[in-house]
Structures are given as C-alpha cells and as structure tokens.
Design a protein around this ligand. Structure first.
Ligand code: WTA
Length: 651
C-alpha cells in the first residue's frame, strides 16, 4: 500500500455533492461549526436528540479516570427500548425493521412491533434461565434475524453479549467463552453458506466438551435453521422456539446506567491472545446513531438500508444492530455469501428490496469488479442513492467502479475509517457537505479530534505522514480490554500518553485530507478482517511437525492482504511428507485451529528464518520475499545468506 501512496495522493478526481443531494441532506455544515465551537456541548445535544433517557444525564464527560472515559454517566437508559419500544410508541410499529433474506431465498419480515414482541419474549427466556444484568451471553449464529434478536434481548436485560463470528473454530469459541465467563450460549443448528448447510451446534458442543467439559456455560439455546441433525445434551440444550412458548409476552425494559457494559467483542492484537474490547451503553449508542444518521444520510421513512457485514464483527454491531435500529431504519439482513446461488445475488437483493443505501467492504467490490460489470448490469440498481465502504482502504479504481457501476454515477461514496475499539465511525465524509476524493477517507466526523503524528508524538502538517492518533476522548470509545486493564493501557496509551494510538499509518495530503496506509503493527487486514500474525504463528507451532513459524500479510489484489506463512519443520518430521503435503496439512491445521478466515493462502516450508542478532524474526524482510519485492535493509541480520535461500525456495 505505502509504496503506491504518492501516486494515489495525486488522484485528482473530485466529486462535489450534487444539488439534489444537498437539498435533502440530513448532515449539514453546521455540525462541523457547532462541534468545533463546543465539542462536549455538541455531544450533549446529540445524546439528547438521538436517544431516549429514562433518567436524563447532567454530566457529559468525566475523564478523571483516564484512559477509561465516562460519558453521560449519571444518566440511565435501555438500549433495546431505544432500538424498539420507542419507535412503536411513536407510531412506527408497522414500519419494517428487518427484511431477513435467507441464502436459499426464503424471506422473513419483522416490523418494529413484531421485533419488539419477539425481543421481549427472548428477554424473558434469558431471565428464566437465570441470566441477569451483567452476566455474559455468547452468541454464535448465522446472519439471521435471531442473531439481532438475541443481541437486543441481551441488551434489554442488561446482560453483556459477546458475539463470536460463526466461521471461528471450536477452540476460538471456547477461549472467548472462557475469557468472558459466559453463562449462556446462543447458536443455531446450522446456517446456509455457499448453497450448503454449515453446522454450528456441533462446534458449540466441541467447544463445551473441550478441556474436560467444565465450562461456565449452563445452557445452550438453539435456533432451528439448517434442519441438520444435532446432538442434544438434556438439561443444558433448549430449542429457541420451545423455550419461548412458556414465557410471558410482556417485558418492561428497565433503565441501566450510561456506563453499564453492553458487549465485549474479541479482536486480534499484536500478541497471540485476542483482546476482549469492552463497550458500554450511552456513549456508544449516541455515536453509533449519530454516524449512522449523518454519514449515511438516513431518511428512516423512505430508505432501505443494507450493511453486508456479519454481526460477528464490529460493523455488524454498530451498523446492522445498534445504529440503524436506534434510528428506526428499515434494513436488509442477508444470511449468505455474495455468490450463492449465482454471482448476481447481491444485486438481485438490491433490486428485490429497492435498497437505497449499501454499506460494504472494498474486498467485495474488487471481487465483483473481477467478475465484470455485466453481472450487476442485469439488475435494476436505480434505487441506490448512497454507498459506503469500510474495513480497509478503497483504492481509487475500485471507488470509481463502485460509483459508476453500482451507484449509477450519482451516488456519493462515504469511505469510513474506524475500528472495533472506536465503536463507531471516526473518519468519513458527510455526503451532503464534503467534496469526495476517491481513495481518501478524508476528514474526522464532527465531534471527533484526530491527528497524524511522528514517532515522538509531534503533529504533522499537510503533505506529511506518520501515525494516526485520536487526540480527545469520544463517546463510543472502548472502555477497556475485558479483564486486562494493563494491556489496555499498554496497547493504546503508552506510546503517546493522552492520545489514543490506533495502530494505523496515515498521511495528510496537500489539502489536509487523511489517507490511511494500513497497520503499522503485526496485525493483518485480510478482506477487511483483522488477523494477528502472532495468533497464526502460535497455531502453526502448535502442530507437531513444526519447529518454527513466521507469518506475514502480503499484498493481495483482491483481499488487500493475504496470510503467508514461512515454516521450519522439526528435523524428526521433515521426511514424513513432501513440502507440498506439509504445506497443505498446515493450511488446514490453521483453519481448524482458528477458523477458515485465518487459513494461510501460502505456507512455504523453509530451512531457516531471517533473524536479528537478538533473535527477533524480521517479518518485514519476509514480506518483501512474499510480495516478490527487492529485499530491504538486511544489515541487522545475523546471516544475510539466509534470505537468498528463502527467496530461491519461494520463487
Ligand atoms: C482498517 C473495522 C482504511 C484499519 C471497522 C483499522 C480501514 C482496522 C478503514 C480496524 C478504512 C478500517 N480505510 N483502513 N475506511 N476501515 N480500516 O477493528 O487498519 O475490524 O485499524 O474494524 O481496519 O479493523 P476492525
């Protein structure tokens, strides 16, 4: 990425907002002036306008316990009430909340009234199982309406959910259940993916049986979806529908303090163990709702919004569940993959529901580009009026294709930069205000203060680059790493003291717009998903044939980065198989250990790894090898010959 940045930054196409768009735009330039004049006053008024507070707050920000912020902390609210009941009370009960589109083409529609009723019943199920405020619930589900319902029911009773992406392995699921000490697991028998039923319940069983059983989980609630055969542990397992049959239909939402925990979401860091990012209630919901409304220009009465993210990722939390529902939006939730049963599936969904706002990742756009414009060309996409991008930098070529082919040459594109840790969008254009620039995420949203600094923390000016930092606390910021305050401090705050270190490289261009340049740490970004080099290395060395392993993210045309591993086999196992067999076996091993998303695209069996005199593996050089580039500075290596040997083995 960074090699091309100078070229990219000479991108001179500009897309000013069109008059028709400006005339109806929700977010206006006042938001910038108001927030610049009084940042806390701005968030104060947004929190009051956007949310219903059972008990109004009087304090906006308490930063005395930095870096753990408290926002609106003497106020009380209920997240599910904000996402459901109040819309019904306001007379919007018949508005569609979710169009649940199954991969095989089945459809389930929920109005706000229906969604509220179901969430109430599920909340009562949770309570009847002894799950109370503050208890943790693990959710391991396909992208079906019940996933959203489970999250909202958890929020409704003040429990804390931790959603684990359905593609993660039983080991990954178990380690998250253990870390969060979850009491309840919610899953499905299976879900539809790529034209087949993908089993989930068996993975939950394996997770709970591991380590001799003995987990913190007392019940497993199972949604019937795949109709695949499942094993049953009597007393522990319950069917979702049957459990609801016996409970009260009414449930009155109780208010919780603004800083009450809402969810934990695990994400990859620089070391092996995933971090449990903790988010709380009032500040999170305020910023999720604010950005969803203003960045996506949401008109809840007329828009049909579709965010393609899975609820297993932060995008699914903030822009499938909490932001859109807090704003009373109508949205599509699609279970399956983009190419099942045919490569035009997404465009067919847009045509079917007349989707007006689409939010997706550059990897998806690049893979559609490869298939050609004829495929979307067969569908009526004229309902689209705004497009969003998230998860990785969008290269100008993909931007233009997205704009022209999917957006009909008219729809503005908002490129949104943010992280699991930031909870909500931090850098993005406002579509009725900002002149768009393909490839750049551009400007901080109103109320957020961002800078680019050098290693010493010195602020950089126009036309220069460095590390992205967030200079002031923001409402949706993480409140810590679950159970590990020291790691929270160390990861984000040690480097620059009072500024949050995001882990991304960035540059200001000559206009002062921000360009993101990718991670500066050992975190990879594959198809917009965060993966840790250390976690994959640790999975590899966990295999009996492996002596040492090094993993790098190598540039990939479609997925942004691809996982490439370099492995030294144990002497005693070198002759057990050919290098090709070892490579295939280890790719599968990583997928089994972590999940298919972590499967290396290549595993090279090598005899040596490049190390510094202190024994540190030089991943930067391996990245050069993997990307077929000229190898960089090797002066700190113990043995410079090693790289030419590796290169020869690879190419
Ligand atoms: C990257 C996803 C460039 C970045 C919401 C960040 C982006 C990491 C963008 C967070 C973007 C996200 N342009 N890079 N618009 N959005 N990133 O936690 O490296 O899964 O640090 O959150 O994705 O990934 P996460």
């Amino acid at each position: 990425m960074s090699n091309n940045i100078d070229n990219l930054m000479h991108e001179d196409r500009r897309f000013p907002p069109r008059d028709e768009f400006i005339a109806q735009a929700i977010g206006t330039a006042d938001l910038y002036t108001d927030s610049a004049a009084d940042r806390l006053g701005f968030w104060d008024s947004q929190a009051k306008q956007l949310l219903h507070w059972h008990k109004p707050f009087t304090r906006v920000l308490d930063w005395s316990d930095a870096p753990v912020a408290k926002w609106f902390d003497d106020g009380e609210l209920n997240v599910a009430y904000n996402c459901l009941d109040r819309h019904v009370i306001a007379g919007h009960g018949d508005r569609v909340a979710l169009y649940g589109e199954g991969e095989p083409g089945d459809q389930r529609v929920y109005t706000y009234s229906e969604l509220t009723a179901e969430v109430k019943r599920v909340a009562n199920v949770f309570l009847s199982l002894g799950v109370n405020a503050g208890d943790r619930i693990a959710i391991y589900m396909p992208m079906i309406p019940e996933a959203v319902i489970a999250m909202l029911a958890s929020a409704r009773i003040g429990a804390v959910h931790t959603v684990v992406f359905g593609g993660f392995s039983s080991d990954s699921l178990r380690s998250r259940i253990d870390d969060a000490q979850a009491k309840l697991v919610i899953t499905a028998d299976g879900g539809w993916r790529k034209g087949k039923v993908f089993p989930l319940k068996p993975t939950v069983d394996a997770a709970l049986d591991a380590h001799g059983g003995g987990s913190t989980v007392t019940n497993v609630l199972v949604v019937k979806r795949g109709e695949n055969e499942v094993e049953w542990t009597a007393g522990r397992d319950l069917w979702w529908d049957e459990a609801q049959a016996g409970v009260d239909a009414e449930h009155v939402a109780q208010p919780f303090p603004s800083e009450h925990p809402l969810f934990i979401l695990y994400t990859s860091g620089t070391t092996g163990k995933p971090k449990g990012i903790l988010h709380t209630t009032g500040g999170y919901l305020t910023q999720a709702a604010f950005t969803h409304k203003n960045v996506f220009d949401l008109h809840p009465e007329t828009d049909v919004y579709w965010c393609t993210a899975d609820v297993g990722w932060i995008t699914g939390h903030s822009y499938v569940v909490y932001g859109p529902l807090a704003n009373g939006a109508t949205q599509v939730v699609y279970e399956g993959t983009p190419d099942a049963p045919h490569p035009g599936r997404w465009w067919e969904i847009i045509e079917k529901y007349k989707v007006t706002i689409l939010y997706t990742a550059p990897t998806a756009i690049r893979s559609f580009m490869k298939l050609g414009r004829e495929i979307p060309g067969k569908f009526d996409l004229s309902s689209i009026r705004l497009l969003g991008s998230v998860g990785e930098p969008i290269n100008p070529e993909a931007w233009i294709w997205y704009h022209d082919i999917i957006g009909g040459g008219k729809a503005p594109i908002v490129d949104t930069w943010w992280q699991t840790e930031t909870g909500a969008i931090m850098i993005a254009a406002l579509p009725g205000v900002t002149t768009l620039k393909p490839g750049s995420a551009q400007v901080p949203i109103p109320g957020v203060v961002i800078d680019i600094v050098d290693e010493k923390g010195v602020s950089q000016g126009k036309n220069s680059g460095g590390l992205l930092v967030i200079s002031e606390p923001w409402p949706a910021m993480l409140r810590g790493i679950w159970g590990d305050p020291a790691r929270f401090q160390e990861t984000y705050w040690e480097k620059f003291g009072d500024k949050y270190f995001a882990g991304d490289g960035a540059r200001y261009d000559r206009d002062g717009d921000i360009w993101l340049l990718g991670r500066v740490d050992d975190v990879m970004n594959v198809s917009g998903h965060r993966l840790s080099t250390a976690e994959i290395e640790s999975a590899l060395v966990g295999n009996q044939i492996v002596a040492e392993a090094a993993v790098v993210g190598a540039a990939d045309e479609t997925t942004g980065q691809a996982v490439v591993a370099f492995v030294i086999l144990k002497k005693s196992h070198v002759d057990d198989q050919t290098p090709a067999e070892a490579s295939a076996l280890l790719r599968k091993h990583v997928a089994d250990q972590i999940g298919a998303i972590a499967r290396p695209s290549k595993v090279y069996i090598v005899e040596e790894l490049p190390k510094t005199r202190s024994g540190k593996i030089m991943r930067r050089l391996l990245q050069d090898v993997a990307e077929g580039r000229e190898i960089g500075d090797t002066t700190t290596l113990t043995d410079t010959g090693v790289l030419s040997i590796i290169s020869a083995q690879v190419h």
